[in-house]
Design a protein around this ligand. Structure first.
Ligand SMILES: Cc1ncc(COP(=O)(O)O)c(C=O)c1O
Length: 353
């Protein structure tokens, strides 16, 4: 086949990688520590048996949209759902970004915000966070005034730092942003407050959420946003017809029926996070405050990459952020089961000894 060149900017991109290794304890991708409740799989199997498989699914996924809207106390027309919150972010960039337009991020933050924006041909302006990973509002004001971004991305709790943006910060960024503010709340249910309460039809704010973490449904690839109706109308034009298959629509709806069980699991993870943080605090590492289902830490006297390798040698995998920009020597550990977390802590103690 004759050589066909990709877009020049795509040819230069590195792609997004999240390496997996064959280990006993996998605490590197912020998944839930266990599967959804048994009632989920049972109900899902029963409902799937009723699907008209020869028909296209409901294009506007009314049942799922209505159930999500009821859960958040908003109108179904304020909800947009896609194949993972990454696809929600991509649809936002396809709709509002593109050639000649810019988005702003504040680093370090979730790498996919800038990656997805670039894939859609949108320029990315990267502002910096303070050394303690908080946002400096003067820096934000300067970046937004210089860049005039169509989307300002925030992430709360922020991945990979785990830190929650205070409500006042989100309000102030909203007041100064020239375009849309997107608050990525992939880990929102683990945090003490949510920007969802600021969403209404007159505010250029959207909050994105995912089923991948709290709902223990990373395999389903399901995420959504809550935002103004007029924005959802535009996204509906851009997304592919029938983008949400029938299985996904049913899985998302069935999960919401088990809201109480899921909330109990979130509470258990938050409690386990407290135990893990307390144990880490006794070790020679700096721990960053987390409102998520993971914790970022930095060994004080050892190179992060060496500590990561020492953990892998003991069959424990955490996320190696040691060489990421602005995250020198940092490692990120997902909250697992009590047993997994003990394996991690024992291995870490050995490595640091
Ligand atoms: C901050 C953040 N946003 C979005 C996502 C993507 O979630 P999804 O599985 O819904 O695409 C992740 C996944 O790790 C994440 O950390």
């Amino acid at each position: 086949m004759a050589q066909v060149d990709p877009r020049a900017d795509v040819a230069l991109m590195a792609g997004y990688h999240s390496p997996q290794l064959d280990v006993d304890v996998r605490l590197n991708t912020n998944e839930a520590p266990g599967p959804p409740p048994a009632a989920f799989t049972e109900r899902l199997a029963a409902r799937l048996a009723e699907v008209d498989w020869h028909r296209y699914p409901d294009r506007s996924y009314r049942a799922l949209r209505t159930a999500l809207a009821a859960q958040h106390g908003v109108d179904p027309a304020q909800v947009f759902v896609a194949n993972g919150s990454n696809e929600v972010l991509q649809t936002l960039c396809l709709t509002y970004g593109g050639a000649g337009r810019r988005v702003a991020t504040f680093e370090p933050t979730y790498a996919l915000h800038s990656h997805i924006a670039r894939i859609t041909g949108t320029e990315v302006v990267e502002g910096e966070r303070n050394d303690d990973f908080t946002l400096d509002l003067d820096t934000v004001a300067k970046v937004l005034a210089d860049a005039d971004p169509v989307i300002t991305f925030l992430c709360s709790p922020n991945n990979p730092t785990g830190m929650v943006e205070p409500e006042d910060t989100i309000r102030q960024v909203l007041a100064m942003a020239p375009g849309l503010v997107v608050v990525d709340e992939a880990y929102g249910q683990f945090a003490p407050w949510s920007a969802l309460e600021l969403v209404d039809d007159d505010t250029p704010l959207v909050v994105t959420r995912t089923y991948s973490k709290t709902w223990a449904m990373a395999a389903a690839r399901l995420g959504y946003l809550v935002g103004p109706r007029c924005l959802v109308d535009e996204l509906d034009k851009v997304v592919l017809p029938y983008h949400l298959d029938a299985m996904k629509q049913i899985a998302g709806t069935v999960a919401l029926e088990l809201h109480d069980e899921m909330e109990a699991r979130v509470a258990a993870i938050v409690e386990e996070r407290g135990r893990l943080v307390a144990a880490l605090t006794d070790l020679p590492v700096d721990v960053f405050p987390s409102g998520a289902n993971f914790v970022l830490f930095r060994p004080r006297a050892r190179a992060g990459a060496d500590v990561w390798q020492g953990l892998v040698d003991r069959s424990v995998l955490v996320r190696n952020c040691a060489s990421w920009p602005r995250l020198d020597d940092c490692l990120r550990v997902t909250i697992g089961t009590r047993g997994e977390d003990d394996r991690f802590l024992d291995a870490l103690k050995e490595v640091l000894a």
